[in-house]
Design a protein around this ligand. Sequence first.
Ligand code: MN3
Length: 207
Amino acid sequence: MAFSILPLPYETSALEPYIDTRTMEIHHGKHHAAYATNLNNAIAGTEWENKSIEEICANLASLPENIRTAVRNNAGGVFNHNLFWQVMAPNAGGEPTGTLLYSIETAFGNFTSFKEAFAKAGVGRFGSGWAWLLVNNGRLSIASTANQDNPLMGKDIAGCAGEPILCLDVWEHAYYLNYQNRRPDYINAWWNVVNWNEVARRFAVAI
Ligand code: MN3
């Protein structure tokens, strides 16, 4: 059983003008696809072929050392982008409601403060990586990871742990065509495509 990437739940042009069509085509069709190919190559012929992507991310320390780094980078790349596509949508953005909004206000004071802290995590990540909104025992927190690390990998590897319900790709390949070096502008625009219904659904499952 080989890993494949989830199809985009919308057209590559659907997130215009905030995320351009060409970026989505390359990001999903080339970058994301390559992570799956490279993961499949790395685990071919091992017991890890039949595990879920979550199990692999959560058990990197158990992998044979000679494939561990390749699996870390590429399993992370597969999982992270699968989540990233789901938590974005056209005609989205705005603010969450209900339990999720209440929990954001409890954790960060108010929605504006949350957005500032999340953007800071994304802008402040030096080089390539991700910003995350995580759930631990019902409580929300923000983290960032380097490269394709994710919170499923745990504190020792990723520097954070928890159930991710929202993520933001801050690799240059996610924004360079449209925003060049202006990562803060990309993040500012990205709020317009956050699919809060999906984030709330994931939050309800996680708590
Ligand atoms: Mn990416």
